[in-house]
Design a protein around this ligand. Structure first.
Ligand code: GLU
Length: 435
């Protein structure tokens, strides 16, 4: 069997090259420039652990592009964090913001650590020191972090507090988004990524591309991941009458043909630490979950879950990428041949950064919008972005200047990237290459 590389930079370059080949008149030098990050910060610092020992912590903040405004992107805490991953995720943020049309560029941060074994005090010390190290990088008008994998509102509160201590006398709330509601956070931010997935899916289904799924009622949905994004998506789809047939977390997954109640699963997880073991469910592995019989598959966990070896076995007719980078290019090609549609990450999960933008606007104006206002604006943004991608897909006459890809029609990922890259490229030329 053909093997495949899971190198995040190589994969993002492959996806970028494919999209760039569809954009006529893009200067080669500009294409090249957009592949590289504007800045990469690699930071090491010591942290005193609760037992008195000292550990060296490695962190990254990569700023890819700031053509449209301050760079924006989450900070993840995970043992697998590395420069290549953070760089590819920073690029995704640039395309995501450009696609949904919010005035931010792209960035990402990462701290190599395992939040499952660290105490709250250790996490706080790591976060405050990281913020101190980044104090000349992040700022309300230049680079704005947010939550990502294994970071949350508390992490953002520590970032805000540390930054504010270093820069007294200013309104520093907009330096970070995803803050607690009582500390400048926006209503609806925590739920925004999962809810955004629902809005994107509803708009996509309204196009009637998949005749067997015209609405969510009784549609069978499998979700890999039950963290902030997966759990919110599960509840949102369930409320629309979808049947959640499978769910999982990092310990494993559960399946029920009759459908799961995500509220009950959440209560079980809160008591037992995992979804595995919910009564009257079959245990499935995280890999097997991807292949269960369902209509919509939502990968909401880690990257590269859908790859060359399992793409043929996927039974869903629609994949909604709640996670970043869950599908490899080889899998994309197989899915496309099989007629499985994919709502790509930069579209499907853009709800998070969209409400981050709303939070930033509220912080500047010292306002707090009602939840209905936030969700209504989010729904409109997501629907407009789906419409845009769909219209391009339907009406644009593509003539790729790369003979290799002439054989296949562009899929939704490629179209979304074409729109985003073109917007960034056009704005770069409008601003002018200086000096
Ligand atoms: N970490 C989220 C993402 O990947 C949100 C970023 C943000 O809100 O800035 O889109």
């Amino acid at each position: 069997m053909k093997t495949e590389t899971f190198d995040p930079v190589a994969i993002s370059e492959q996806q970028f090259n494919k999209a760039a080949a569809y954009i006529t008149g893009l200067k080669a030098g500009l294409i090249d420039y957009l592949k590289y990050p504007n800045q990469t910060h690699i930071i090491h610092f010591p942290v005193e652990m609760d037992d008195g020992s000292i550990e060296t912590i490695q962190c990254f903040r990569v700023i890819h592009n700031r053509i449209f405004g301050p760079s924006k992107g989450g900070i993840r805490y995970h043992l697998d964090v590395n420069q290549a991953e953070v760089t590819s995720l920073a690029k995704l943020m640039t395309w995501k913001c450009a696609l949904v049309g919010i005035p931010f560029g792209g960035a990402k941060g990462g701290v190599v650590c395992n939040t499952k074994v660290l105490s709250q005090n250790e996490l706080q010390r790591i976060t405050r020191r990281f913020t101190f190290e980044l104090s000349k990088v992040i700022a309300p008008q230049s680079d704005i972090p947010a939550p990502d994998m294994y970071t949350n509102e508390q992490t953002m509160a520590w970032i805000y507090d540390t930054y504010n201590g270093l820069n007294p006398g200013h309104n520093n709330y907009p330096v970070v988004t995803g803050k607690p509601i009582g500390l400048g956070g926006s209503l609806g931010r925590r739920e925004a990524t999962g809810l955004g997935c629902l809005f994107a899916t509803q708009q996509f289904l309204s196009k009637a591309l998949i005749p067997s799924i015209l609405e969510l009622k009784d549609t069978r949905v499998a979700i890999q991941g039950f963290g902030n994004v997966g759990a919110v998506a599960a509840k949102a789809f369930y409320k629309q009458g979808a049947k959640i047939v499978a769910l999982s977390d990092s310990s494993g997954g559960i399946y029920s043909e009759q459908g799961l109640n995500p509220y009950e699963v959440m209560a079980f997880k809160q008591e037992n630490g995992t979804v595995v073991g919910v009564p009257n469910t079959k245990i499935v592995s995280n890999e097997a979950l991807l292949e269960v019989d369902c209509d919509i598959l939502i990968p909401a966990a880690t990257a590269f879950q859908i790859h060359h070896a399992n793409a043929k076995q996927i039974k869903a007719k629609l994949i909604v990428e709640a996670a970043n980078n869950p599908t490899t290019p080889a899998a994309d090609a197989i899915l496309q041949r099989r007629g499985v549609y994919v709502i790509p990450d930069i579209l499907a999960n853009a709800g998070g950064v969209t409400v981050s933008y709303f939070e930033w606007v509220q912080n500047h104006a010292n306002e707090q919008w009602a939840l209905e206002t936030v969700n209504e604006k989010l729904q409109k943004k997501m629907a407009a972005a789906v419409d845009l991608v769909f219209d391009y897909w339907q009406n644009y006459s593509f003539s790729p200047n790369d003979a290799l890809i002439k054989a296949s029609e562009p899929n939704f990922r490629t179209i979304a990237l074409v729109i985003a890259i073109k917007r960034v490229a056009d704005a770069t030329l409008l601003r002018g290459i200086w000096p």
